[in-house]
Each structure stands twice: as C-alpha cells, then as structure tokens.
Design a protein around this ligand. Structure first.
Ligand code: GAL
Length: 684
C-alpha cells in the first residue's frame, strides 16, 4: 500500500486558525505571534476565515497589505498558510446595502445583520461578491510558495427560505419530477389531509407555521438545501480552480453537537466528492459526566473513520481545542495529558494534521474564553501552551511515519444521512429514542474495543471489499440498495441488520406488500411488527447461555429459512425469534430484532470477529479502554497504542515491535500511564 499524500507538505500539519485581523491595532502582538509559533512547534495557519471586513472595508475597495505582512511573517519562519475565503461572515456594509444576502428563516422572518454562517445560498449578489474576492485572493497569493491549500468559507450549514430560495426549490422539484405534478403528488402522498399540489407556485418550503407533515416534501427540502449549499460552494471555488489549479481545496466539515454524532445538516458524502481533501472540526467533551473516556474515544474514532472513508484517503483535523471550548454546557479544561492523547488519536485514525481553533485567545466578544494555544497571559510557560509544544515536538519526530499513511478495514458500517432525515421525521416508534447516530456508534464500539478497524461508509460503496457489513437501522432503503446487499451476501459477504430496517423507500413511502423481496430472501425472515418500549418496560433474551436486556425496540419476526439465535423471554411474543441468521448462497445475514445492551453487541460481534478471522493490527492483550489503531504504507504499519483510562494499564505485546520515538524494541509486558500513548512500528 503506497502513501496517499493529500497536500505537498511532508510534515504533519500543526497550528490552526489564526485571526490576525482581530489584532491589527496591536502590532506587537503580531510580532510576538511568530516567535510563539516557533516555540509551540507549529507550522501551519489558516488565515482570513472571518476577515472580509478587513479585506474589503468598503464595497469594491480592497486592502490586502495587512495580509501580505502576516503571510510574509509566517513564510519567514518556514510556516505554511491555508488561505480561507471569507464568505463565512459578511461585512456589515454588505447586509445594509444588499439585504438580499440575509436569510429568511423557516418561520419566514427576515434576519438582521449579525453573527455568521447565515447568508442566503441563492443570492446572486453574494455569489458574485464571493467570486470577486476569491479571485483577488487567488491572483495575489496563488503563487506564494507558502500557500498550502484553500479553506472555503467555514462550516457550511443552515438554510434560507427567502423568495429566491423558494423559486430555486420549485425549479429543483420541476427538474426532479420531470415537470409533472402527478409525479410530485405521488411521491409526496398528496391527497393526505388534502395536500395535493395543483400548481408549482403552491409549493413552499416546510415551516412551523405552515407545512411540516408531508414527509416526502421534508426530505426533498433537505436534499435541496444540501445541493444548494454544495452549488454555492462550487460557485465559490470557480475562480480558484481557474487561477490555482494545483492548490488543493477543502472546507471544514463538523459533527452534530453535543451528541457528537455525524452531522445531519448536509449530505457530506455528496459534498466530499467536490473537495480535494476532507477536513473536519472535532470538539469532543472530554471528562464529561455522562460517559467514560473510552466510550467518548470510540465516538471520536467513529467520526474519524467516517471522514476517512469519504474519500478513502487521509483527512485533516482542521479545528480542535487545546483546552476547553466556550459552547459546551460545561467548558472543562483538558486534564494534563489529554491533549496529547486526543490529538494522537486523530493521527492514528488518518488525520495528517492537528490544527486548532484558535492560535490566540480573542480579547473580546463571545470567544474570548475559548481555549487557544496562546492565552491572555501571552506566556509560553502557560500549561496549555506547553502541552501544545510537547505535542508539536512529538509530531515532528513521527511525521515521516504517518503523513500519507493509509487506513485499511475489512468491516464497514453504513451511515446514511438521508436515512437519518427520514427516520427522525417518522412519527411513530419512540419519538425520542431513535438515536440513529448513537446506535451506530454503539455497534462500532464493539469493534473499537477489540482494535478491529471499521470504515464508516455510505450505502453506495462497493460492499464486496468488506468481509462484514453492518447496516443498523437502515430504515429508508431503496430496492436498489436491498438488491446490492443481497448480491453482497450471495457472493459470500456477512451482513448484519437490525430492527426498523427497510421500512420506507427513497421517497419516504412505505414498501407495499410487506418487506422488500430481496430482504426477505436474504434474511430468510420477515419483520411483522415493531414494539416500542417505555423506559420502564422490561424484556430480555438469552444468547449463548447469557441473559441480555432489551431497550426501546423489539421486532416481532416470522422466520422462513432463517434460524433463531435468541428468543424473547417475555411479553405476548415470548419464545418467538429475536435474533436470526440465514445462510444465503455463499454468505450469511443476521437480523437483530431488538435494541440490546452493549455487552450483547460485544459478545455477538466478538463471535463474528472470531468466525471471520478479522485481525487487529497488533497481537496485544489489554483491558477495555486501551485502543490500538494503525496506519500503513510501503509495507510498514505505524501503530498507536493509546490509554484512554485514568488508570495505569499493564498491557502485553505478543510480538516484536519498535517504538519509533525511543527506538526501543518492545515485546511482552508494558505499563502505560493514564492517557499515555506509544507509537510503534512493524512490518506487514
Ligand atoms: C467552530 C468554528 C470556529 C469556532 C469554533 C469554536 O465551529 O468553525 O470558528 O467558532 O467552533 O469552538
């Protein structure tokens, strides 16, 4: 496996968002920055993200001199810069002079100027202005040797319901439904509550003071918003592609917070096709009071494996915090060692960078207490600063063995954002207990605990590259996906699905005539009813002699060719199948009818891991909470051994490896301090 480099930089990137435009009145601070940047062992800075007011203080009057200076200073210390396009926040003059750039929300309220990330994606004026300023940036800096990549806007998201967006929505629908209202009404189940549309002009986007009950329309609106956002982005990058065809382009993706599950605002699988490099902003709430460190670490692993799989190549951690943030309920400081560990985890899962928001704490406004490399004390002796510098130094020593190294997995778990949209819209089941993202993360954890690499993929990937495919809660399933899964199993694949799988099609209409035929054939059974539990309801099943609790959902199943692996212990469906397996041609298809506690998933997947001979990257024995993740290239594996517990862990490495930081040969027992990381190498 060769290296896959995503930028021309050989070093791991270390640095982050740098907002010198907030400090133009403090020249001593700007001078101090570059001194501290070197002390912090940082090398890469994202600049200009929210600098539009400094770049174009009046309409059509540009000022780049301050940016020239900043760039030259970074260049002079051997640093690189990621240049942002400034569309994430507008100058005030623009909103006042061209109010069409302001969004209208779902309740049809026109917003005032303020905050950020809130421009209309349809506004022609805004589209022209972003192209104009981007063209100027590309002309001025496109050939600068320190320019590393483009950072388009910031964290795209949200929606606008203005007249321009309504018109675009209608046009999008006309194209989708071949200008045929009958097709639209069929897809939207029009006659329901007399909601038949008889003229395209009657279509209006969903609204809390209007339409919310037409699920097909909600789904189309979300698709439209996602495509319109991507279209806006494509418009933004045109001048950059023209003038700087060799400079890679990214835009920073994110997660849904505070749940720390995949972002549901946009279809990132579609968006990822349009960027050269995937990058994302990770803000896990370490040391929170709801979960242990290992559980949260597995969620971080899941999201990383999702971003890696989007382009099957290394990604960049574009933002993270060296300490606390300012928007969690409780903004806790990272305990000593956690910054090092959590950053190394990103590298272990395929990131070629550790970048922060932000370089220096602001003096005023809402982010003045957000964690940053340089605190208000401006001191390199600051605890957080020293942790950053320690990490930077370590990154320098391992760069060569990490940058461009790939990840490899034989297990895939499907995450489908359209499925999440439809599932969350579904009125029925438990309104608060669907938890699609969390459910996937719980399944994923069973593999993370055993150091088995997993790709978090879209439903459109080639399943045949995997030995095991998990499709939990894939409620929305087209006939095409069902047939692709069937073909995968027929050719020898192992598939696991759960309760609520395959109930509606891609228009969010239920399948008629029971479960889809390809699913019935593959699983050899049919789900007949989904029972939903109150938190106080109790049921359980017995699997391999152990009892496991059931929560939230239980499917009543009728088996045809499938065999029963476990049965319900109580209720009117007592002794009927809860977990089944079917041999279908050369493969097997498992159906988990109920939502089961984590220990069941550990044991159930543990058996599958053994059956399929899925191998961790290293022969190692340890307690839960230690994680081993690998990257590989040129016949070598770089393996990160990470202690995500607050205790000393004695582990046993059952083969010979070399610690790439100390050059020691390791084999046998090894003590890992709380939060300690060892990075080792082996052939193969
Ligand atoms: C991100 C955003 C940054 C900064 C950060 C604070 O979502 O992109 O600009 O606000 O949050 O955690």
């Amino acid at each position: 496996m060769d290296k896959k480099r995503v930028t021309d930089e050989k070093r791991l990137l270390h640095g982050g968002d740098y907002n010198p435009d907030q400090w133009l009145a403090y020249p001593e601070i700007l001078k101090e920055d570059v001194v501290l940047m070197q002390k912090a062992h940082t090398n890469t800075f994202s600049i200009g993200i929210f600098a539009w007011a400094a770049l174009e203080p009046e309409e059509g009057i540009y000022d780049f001199e301050w940016l020239d200076d900043v760039i030259e200073r970074i260049h002079a210390i051997g640093g690189r810069f990621i240049l942002a396009t400034p569309s994430g926040a507008r100058p005030t003059w623009m909103s006042k002079q061209h109010p069409e750039v302001l969004r209208v929300d779902a309740s049809r309220r026109k917003h005032l100027h303020g905050a950020r990330h809130n421009h209309c994606f349809s506004s022609l004026y805004y589209r022209e202005k972003t192209q104009a300023v981007n063209a100027k940036l590309a002309e001025r800096y496109g050939n600068h040797p320190a320019l590393l990549m483009w950072h388009i806007s910031n964290e795209f998201g949200g929606e606008c319901h203005c007249d321009l967006c309504q018109a675009n929505f209608r046009n999008w629908l006309k194209e989708k439904y071949a200008n045929d209202l009958d097709q639209l009404n069929d897809s939207w189940w029009g006659p329901f509550w007399s909601h038949t549309i008889t003229d395209w002009e009657q279509v209006e986007s969903p609204s809390p003071i209007g339409e919310t009950a037409v699920h097909g329309m909600n789904l189309d609106w979300r698709r439209f918003v996602s495509q319109q956002t991507i279209d806006f982005y494509k418009n933004e990058i045109k001048p950059l592609r023209e003038k700087t065809p060799d400079i890679p382009i990214t835009t920073n993706f994110m997660s849904d917070n505070p749940a720390f599950t995949p972002f549901t605002g946009l279809d990132y699988h579609q968006f990822a096709k349009e960027v050269d490099v995937v990058s994302w902003d990770a803000y896990p709430a370490w040391h929170n009071d709801k979960e242990d460190t290992a559980t949260l670490a597995a969620k971080v692993g899941f999201l990383n494996d999702h971003f890696y799989a989007m382009k099957d190549q290394p990604f960049l951690l574009m933002e993270s915090t060296p300490s606390g943030v300012n928007w969690h309920d409780v903004n806790k400081a990272k305990r000593p060692g956690m910054h090092y560990l959590s950053s190394m985890q990103m590298l272990a899962h395929g990131s070629d960078s550790v970048l922060y928001f932000q370089w220096r704490k602001s003096r005023g406004s809402s982010e003045k207490f957000h964690g940053a490399v340089v605190d208000h004390d401006r001191s390199p002796e600051n605890r957080v600063f020293k942790e950053v510098a320690r990490l930077g130094q370590a990154m320098e020593t391992v760069s060569e063995k990490v940058v461009g190294y790939q990840r490899k997995a034989k297990v895939a778990i499907i995450y489908d954002v359209e499925n999440e949209w439809a599932l969350n819209d579904a009125q029925g089941f438990g309104l608060k207990t669907k938890k699609y993202g969390e459910t996937l993360q719980t399944h994923y954890q069973a593999f993370w605990d055993k150091n088995i690499a997993v790709d978090v993929v879209s439903k459109d990937v080639d399943f045949e590259q995997y030995d095991l495919v998990l499709a939990p809660m894939l409620y929305m399933m087209s006939e095409t996906t069902a047939k692709r899964l069937q073909a995968y199993v027929a050719k020898g694949g192992t598939l696991v699905a759960t309760y609520m799988t395959g109930l509606v099609d891609e228009a969010d209409l239920t399948h008629m005539g029971g479960w889809l035929a390809p699913l019935k054939e593959t699983f050899g059974m049919e789900p007949m009813e989904t029972d939903t539990y109150y938190p106080t309801d109790e049921n359980s099943l017995e699997f391999n002699g152990k009892i496991y609790d059931i929560r939230d959902y239980a499917t009543i199943i009728e088996c045809e060719s499938a065999g029963e692996l476990a049965a319900y212990r109580y209720d009117f469906y007592q002794n009927t199948p809860a977990v089944t397996v079917n041999r279908y041609h050369d493969g097997r298809a498992y159906y988990l009818g109920a939502r089961l506690e984590r220990s069941f998933l550990t044991d159930f997947y543990g058996e599958l891991i053994a059956d399929l001979a899925l191998m961790p990257p290293l022969d190692i024995t340890h307690e839960r909470g230690v994680s081993v993740q690998a990257r590989e290239a040129d016949g070598l594996k770089t393996i990160f051994i990470m202690n995500f517990t607050e205790e000393l862990q004695v582990i046993e490495i059952n083969e010979e490896v070399r610690d790439i930081q100390t050059d020691e040969t390791l084999n046998g027992r090894l003590a890992l301090d709380p939060y300690e990381v060892r990075i080792v190498e082996k052939e193969g």
